[in-house]
Design a protein around this ligand. Sequence first.
Ligand SMILES: [Zn+2]
Length: 476
Amino acid sequence: MSKDYKIKSLQEVQRENVRKNNQKKSEIKVVGYILLTVVVLLVSSIFFISLGKKQCLLKVGKNEIGYVENNNVAMDIIAKTKKQIEQESGTEIKIIEQPSIDLVKTGKKADKEEKLIKGLKDKMKYNIKAYTLIIDGKALGCLSKSDEINQVLNEIKNKYDSKKSVVDFVGNSSNLKLWFKENVEIENNYVNKDKIAKVKDMVAILSEVGANTEVYVVKEGDIMSKILEKYDSITLNDIKKMNEGFNPDKLSIGQKINISSAKLLLSVITREEKTYEEVIPKAEEIKKNEEKPTTYREVIKEGKQGKKKIKLNIIKVNGVEEGKEVISEDILVEPVTEVIEIGTKKLAERSYPGIFAMPTIGEITSRFGELRDGHTHQGIDIANDEGTSIYSVGTGKVLTVGYDAGGYGNYVKITHSNGYETLYGHLSKIMVSEGDSVTKKDKIGLMGNTGRSTGSHLHLEVIKNEKKLNPLNYVR
Ligand SMILES: [Zn+2]
């Protein structure tokens, strides 16, 4: 308290109060302003923060997949999706259309990973790494796994391969030619997943007999056999079946012929090793002997067959043998050469052997030149039952038929074109007439006992230039 306490005037007090009041008011204002500023700053900073935050929108083409926090997360999700697809399909994939990441400003929360992966799997475009089977340059189909390709090719191969061994065709494709006649290639590339075939469908395609239809247009100078030469497995019958009313002898230039060739797409070549024993025939060595007649043939040294063991590959195409490859030949038993002596001397007497046939069957009871009752026998006698058939010994003409009571009895004389004549005596019946033409073995009569004869027999004579010859040199 001040000692010189001064009594203030009312006005003074009033003024002072106003001043004090004003001072208080302004203090309140300042606090208010500060508060306001803080609020404004806070609100605006929240506003600006939220306004400045960007999100990533993952898209495949025009398809929106979802929101992710940032680029790195987006890349991670794409990579995860790729991995999942690869695990599920069991093969690598190649994304054709990369998903796009757009930066957007929204207040939305990021989507869950599962949802994003599912969306990507659904919309993302990718190719699958596959094995394409190419036969003679023609793509036949794709399989996604190498063991599937192996399975298909082994299945086809084993239809004809008794060994049924499993071949790794993919890893060992240089071996392919051993098994297939066609040029088989396996191409590893990325294809649309819709193009991936199933093992059983591929096997079915390869097992099917494909009918290739081709049209051949006839050119000038064509003949059917030449046209057929152009096609391995086509026969004239196949062509006739394919072309109604087809006449191979009437081809016209420009004519169209349907050629159908039914063949399997893959021809399986198999090599089967076989071992067997084979006989080696004995060789013959001929020694000529001029002293011995031509009918002489005598083994001087006995020969013997040999034996060998042959090992070979039998090459089959679709089960049909097409060739052999000899691997080895081992002689087990050596053959022994047989030595044979043959005669070379020709018998002059028998200059016409066998020109005539035997006139009948029976026993020769008397030969030519035998002495009988003071005269020589001019023919031969062949005895058999009465009624036995008598034939002409050769072609000719009946010269005479007659009856000679004191000699031949009923007889037939035939003249042959080579100047010979034959006579048949003692017949019981004559069955030809003079002038009849006869050929060898024509029946001319029956055996009998007529004329000067003491039992049923045929008396046969061979005559040339009126000279009687020994019939046994002429009949066989
Ligand atoms: Zn006689």
